[in-house]
Design a protein around this ligand. Structure first.
Ligand code: ADP
Length: 242
């Protein structure tokens, strides 16, 4: 991490997040007062059983969804409780999002997907699309359409799009879920490199490998979060991923 960056600086903060879903008479409390912070240069893994609220949390942190209560700040700027267009602008400037559903438009080549993401943010020198694709090992596939890529290549292209604007925050939902071991290692290495450059990284994951590279682990259970110590031993990693 560059010496000018301080580890103590919180880049992403969530304070007392609540998210209720109402369907007819039924109300689901997906988040019940979740607070967390991710510092510059830090990688935080969020783990927890299915239905615990992980995707809801990530959507609220990314400004893709609005929490029913509480607030999200990125670099001190509130992103929650704003009109959708403002959230989209703040997200494009500050947050790279890597979702399970992939973040590529199907009718654009991978290079044009990166350029489109970059066009959303003006006035900032952007890394060349070709350079980003080289970094994820897709230098030969710049003109490919998403449907022409394998699952592993899609994941790497998605990562290149998420990193297109050198975001202060990288949010990833199961980024290595369907990948072979080698691609998983490549994606995790790139994520770690971004953190080393000062990015605040949060990964929702079930992967023991992803948990192993995290500095901190937050366990989400039934909409509540608690911190677990970063596990280093295989047994401990297995325990938090269960
Ligand atoms: P996870 O990602 O940990 O599997 P989710 O955030 O997807 O958990 O879901 C948390 C809870 O919120 C679950 O009970 C789920 O059924 C509910 N939920 C998620 N999205 C919606 C929605 N759009 N409408 C109603 N309930 C939802």
């Amino acid at each position: 991490m560059p010496a000018s960056l301080s580890y103590d600086e919180d880049v992403l903060t969530a304070r007392e997040l609540y998210r209720f879903y109402r369907a007819g008479e039924e109300e689901t409390l997906a988040l019940r007062g979740v607070s967390l912070r991710v510092r510059r240069g830090e990688t935080v893994a969020v783990v927890g059983p299915s239905g615990a609220g992980k995707s809801t949390l990530l959507a609220c942190l990314a400004g893709l969804d609005e929490p029913s209560g509480g607030e999200v700040r990125v670099d001190g700027v509130r992103i929650s409780h704003r009109p959708e267009t403002e959230r989209a602008r703040l997200r494009a400037q500050n947050i790279g999002v890597l979702l399970q559903s992939r973040n590529l438009l199907p009718h654009l080549t991978v290079r044009d997907n990166i350029r489109l993401a970059q066009r959303a943010v003006r006035g900032r020198p952007a890394a060349a699309a070709g350079e980003l694709l080289e970094q994820v090992g897709l230098g030969q596939r710049t003109h490919a359409l998403p449907r022409q890529l394998s699952g592993g290549e899609l994941a790497r292209a998605g990562l290149a799009v998420a990193l297109a604007n050198s975001p202060a925050v990288l949010l990833a939902d199961e980024p290595t879920g369907e990948l072979d071991g080698e691609t998983e290692q490549l994606v995790l290495r790139m994520v770690r490199e971004r953190a080393a450059d000062g990015c605040a990284v949060l990964i929702v994951t079930h992967s023991a490998e992803a948990v192993r590279v995290a500095d901190r682990v937050v366990v989400l259970d039934d909409g509540r979060a608690h911190e677990a110590s970063a596990p280093r031993e295989s047994q401990e990693v297995g325990d938090v991923c269960r």
